[in-house]
Write a protein that binds this ligand. Structure first.
Ligand code: SF4
Length: 346
């Protein structure tokens, strides 16, 4: 198997499953079937359980339950919004910056986020790297000493079996010039049972490794999810966060504050807050950069520096990620979080 199929069969994976679970009204089936044919659907039992079925705008449902709006592509949206393809020298590798590389061993995820920036690529039918392709990807990294960091992404690398994940990490461990391995995942919260002793053993590596957890709402932090994160941290693997700023999910300062506090309480350092990308059919999730900056400015006044993520934009077309948070310097004056200006003497 090698792609965590056993765990993923627990997920609700199509419109019929969602209807049976009471997450979608039966009379919406015909409206959503075309969405299901175009984009992958999955929600784990843990996340389905969290959905408040009485709330039409429930922030958990909004992340995972499809809507008809996804079939509507607006101007500027494109299949590869952050330009992975232009920087992909071979299958499963994205090499955008000299010192780091993205390695995508699988296109499968335990949940399929309705706003996903790789939504045209991810899915259960997406191609995983076979043994030869993985060997070729590792050889590419091994042949380039400037590469110091490997980011396992996808898809979600923690849907791989522990055995397969261990094999990939073992391959990376043989490359002396790679110092850091980062694993980008939603698994610890959306499918916490996968973070068992075997998975923890697979993750143990002599390289500096970080698990970067994707979550967008404080309610995703269930007791089981927090315990899964604690297992990773107790194994000596630091955790960082990444979230997407999303209309109707976390686009108010109280929701963002609760999310960032939930990360910190789980011993996860807030790292990235992504401005939403121009993925097809995701207009309903996007807000303007000005709105995003206003929210981030309010966070500065409400949370300690430890809780502040970097607000970033992936420039469309593959030009990389840049910080887009509000600026506080005004010529020789600096602006405090309340908007008051102070003279500075340097
Ligand atoms: S888990 Fe990540 S890659 Fe998978 S659908 Fe969600 S955002 Fe996309």
């Amino acid at each position: 198997m090698g792609t965590g199929d056993a765990a993923m069969t627990r997920s609700l994976r199509n419109v019929d499953d969602l209807v049976v679970a009471g997450l979608v009204a039966p009379d919406r089936r015909s409206e959503l079937d075309p969405v299901g044919r175009r984009y992958a659907i999955a929600i784990t039992p843990e996340m389905a359980e969290l959905v408040d079925r009485r709330d039409d705008n429930d922030p958990i449902a909004r992340q995972f339950i499809p809507t008809r709006a996804e079939l509507h592509t607006t101007p500027g949206e494109c299949a590869d919004p952050i330009g992975d393809a232009a920087h992909s020298p071979l299958k499963g590798v994205v090499h955008r910056y000299p010192d780091r590389v993205l390695l995508k061993p699988t296109h499968a995820c335990p949940v399929y986020c309705r706003f996903c920036f790789r939504r045209e690529m991810v899915g259960p039918g997406g191609e995983a790297l076979d043994a030869d392709e993985l060997t070729a990807a590792l050889a590419y990294i091994a042949a380039r000493p400037p590469i110091r960091e490997v980011i396992l992404s996808g898809g979600d690398p923690l849907v791989l079996s522990p055995r397969r994940l261990r094999a990939i990490l073992a391959g990376i461990e043989e490359i002396d010039h790679v110092d850091v391995v980062r694993i980008h995942t939603r698994v610890p919260l959306v499918d916490p049972g996968r973070i068992d002793a075997e998975m923890i053993a697979a993750l143990a590596t002599p390289k500096a490794s970080f698990v970067v957890l994707h979550a967008n709402h404080a309610r995703e932090f269930t007791p089981a999810g927090r315990e899964a994160c604690a297992r990773i941290v107790r194994a000596g693997i630091p955790m960082l966060s990444q979230s997407v700023l999303l209309r109707g999910i976390n686009d108010d300062v109280a929701a963002l504050e609760a999310l960032l506090r939930a990360f910190l309480a789980a011993r996860i350092k807030p790292y990235y807050l992504h401005h939403p990308d121009m993925a097809p059919g995701t207009a309903g999730f996007r807000l303007s950069i000005e709105e995003g900056q206003a929210l981030v400015r309010q966070l500065r006044g409400r949370l300690s520096g430890l809780a502040q993520p970097l607000y970033v934009l992936d420039i469309p077309g593959g030009h990389g990620k840049v910080p887009i948070g509000p600026g506080y310097l005004r010529e020789k004056r600096v602006e405090d979080p309340a908007g008051e200006l102070h003279e500075i003497d340097r």
